[in-house]
Design a protein around this ligand. Structure first.
Ligand code: ADP
Length: 325
């Protein structure tokens, strides 16, 4: 193994708050160790276009508290083709890159894995996504900020729901993963959480809504992950209103969940993972994603990101009905 001299960073796929903290940690740790650093703009597309900026310790000043990503991101169709990845490999070689750091979700990790089939440099992933849907890490960079953002809305919705004795259905992001819905549901005191991973039994939902009214509860909040019900919260609200006769109002939170200044936890993970990724690169790690498991920094094979099915703690589902009586 030869010692790396020059490294590159991309942020790819859906942006998440905290990506900037990861960029900062990589840049500064790499420079500290005498490495040259460049950042490609707009994810894999930037590698294909050789669109990059040279980075020094000052290029990452003042970004820790900023949402989004200073490098930009994209979904790059050309990279899905082997010809695109070969072009990217040629451009990386042309620029003398030894290590590529990919900050993104499990799609970006798949891309990284495919790139290694045609490029003989080192690739190290960092999990940057609000969805928390990457295997090989307990938490992804951006998840906690997305929870806080959604929570702020839920708290406001609760005020009006109380005032009008209404049922509100709040749709949060998560087509395939219910982590945001679960996190927001528990911390926002929702009466119901509907997740893509668990079949939605409408009869039972209706039963619980009626019971809750009988117990004298005014408001009722149902957190719905995007992928939990066909047609999302708007269609489900119509259906539940028809079945119960209660006024049911849908609220779709949408893209606000991606934005905002990263909360401390995301900056904490981003910083630790970024610095650890550089250390791992210097020790020759390749084809792995950095993660946090049981509060320990770890590396796992990239494949684990999309192959491992993280399961929810069953205790949460056990206590949720107790908490919403
Ligand atoms: P995320 O990383 O947030 O999950 P995407 O799933 O959109 O976002 O993936 C980001 C980019 O990663 C894609 O636009 C594509 O360029 C690349 N990518 C995703 N899956 C693959 C794949 N199977 N092979 C090659 N590249 C991929």
């Amino acid at each position: 193994m030869s010692t790396p001299h020059k490294v590159a960073i991309i942020t790819s796929g859906g942006d998440s708050p905290g990506m900037n903290g990861a960029i900062r940690a990589i840049v500064r740790t790499a420079i500290y160790h005498g490495l040259e650093v460049i950042g490609f703009k707009y994810g894999y597309q930037g590698i294909l276009d050789a669109n990059y900026v040279e980075m020094n310790a000052r290029s990452v000043s003042g970004i820790l508290q900023r949402g989004g990503t200073i490098l930009g991101t994209s979904r790059c169709k050309a990279f899905l083709q082997e010809s695109g990845r070969k072009q990217a490999a040629a451009n990386l070689d042309e620029l003398g890159i030894d290590v590529l750091f990919v900050i993104g979700g499990n799609g970006s990790m798949r891309g990284a894995h495919e790139l290694l089939k045609v490029w003989d440099g080192q690739v190290i992933g960092l999990p940057g996504t609000i969805d928390n849907d990457c295997g090989g890490t307990d938490f992804t960079i951006g998840y906690f900020t997305a929870l806080d953002t959604a929570l702020e809305s839920i708290d406001k919705i609760r005020d009006t729901a109380e005032a009008f004795d209404r049922v509100f259905l709040v749709e949060v992001m998560g087509r395939k993963a219910g982590d945001i819905a679960l996190g927001v549901g528990i911390t926002g005191g929702a009466e119901e959480m509907l997740l893509p991973e668990r079949p939605c039994d409408l009869d039972q939902v209706v039963e619980r809504m009626v019971l809750s009214k009988e117990r004298g509860k005014g408001s009722y909040i149902i957190v719905v992950a995007e992928g939990a019900y066909d047609g999302g919260a708007p269609r489900l609200a119509e259906e539940l209103e028809k079945r119960t006769g209660y006024a049911c109002r849908p609220v779709v939170l949408g893209h606000i969940q991606r934005g905002g200044s990263p909360v401390a936890m995301d900056r904490w993970f981003a910083t630790r993972m970024g610095a650890f990724a550089v250390k791992a690169a210097l020790q020759g790690a390749n084809g792995v994603m950095v993660g946090i498991e049981k509060n320990e920094l770890v590396t796992n094979p990239l494949e684990k990101t999309w192959q491992e099915n993280k399961s929810f703690d069953p205790f949460i589902f056990e206590i949720q009905p107790m908490l919403s009586i």
